[in-house]
Design a protein around this ligand. Structure first.
Ligand code: SAH
Ligand code: MG
Length: 209
């Protein structure tokens, strides 16, 4: 057995409500952002003085709650699943973050018009892994000049690559799509991009111009 990768050492603190959301996610197998990824995101937010974020993929609202309350930034977050949307809405209310976080119950691929007049300092893509390129291309025009695009779970395909032949056809398709997205991203000349082995793999893309 290869030893587990040592987790990033950090001083991230969680209150009781954060811990409740984390254990809910664990219990329900909701894939929320890992601690190391969260630290990295918060550092990007602070380094770039990010004020407005578009998040694609809310789930139970964990990552948006963490980003908003730790950085006091405004977040529009999109969740297509009605049940998760309701849970997220309730969690956001319980955290008293209604003023900072707006959650939308729509499919991000069909909702561009809702957001087309907004500008964002950061777009955080964390929804259906097979659609990353579509999300990127659709929402990229909403980035501010010094805007950043971050994608989570970029190592998803690596973690299961060894079992490739045992995977279901749909998961294999997903793995191929993420590999293709990685290649597309790293060859996209408009952006300076890299993929970090932080959390479940996080890509960071900044505009070159
Ligand atoms: N960002 C969250 C985790 C999101 S999990 C966190 O770290 O706490 C991914 C979520 O994306 C799921 O809840 C799924 O329902 C949602 N999703 C997938 N495809 C989507 C789409 N096309 N539009 C909106 N939401 C989508
Ligand atoms: Mg994720």
């Amino acid at each position: 057995m290869v030893a587990a990768k040592e987790a990033m050492r950090n001083n991230l603190k969680f209150d009781d409500f954060d811990l409740k959301l984390k254990s809910y996610a664990k219990e329900h197998k909701t894939p929320i952002i890992l601690d190391e990824g969260l630290v990295f995101l918060n550092q990007i937010i602070k380094l770039n003085n990010v004020k407005n974020i578009l998040e694609i993929g809310t789930a139970i609202g964990y990552s948006s709650i963490q980003m908003a309350k730790r950085n006091n930034c405004h977040i529009d977050t999109i969740e297509r699943d009605e049940n998760l949307f309701s849970i997220a809405k309730e969690n956001i209310k319980l955290s008293s973050l209604n003023d900072l976080i707006n959650v939308y119950n729509v499919d991000a691929l069909e909702a561009f018009d809702l957001f087309k007049n907004n500008k964002y300092d950061l777009i955080f893509i964390d929804a259906a892994k097979a659609q990353y390129q579509k999300f990127f291309e659709l929402y990229e025009p909403l980035l501010n000049n010094k805007g950043i695009i971050v994608c989570d779970n970029m190592n998803f395909h690596k973690l299961i690559y060894e079992d490739y032949n045992n995977l279901s056809r749909s998961v294999r398709g997903l793995v191929r799509k993420l590999q293709a997205f990685e290649e597309w991203l790293l060859n996209n000349d408009k952006y300076l991009s890299s993929i970090y082995d932080i959390g479940d793999g996080i890509s960071l893309s900044i505009r070159k111009d």
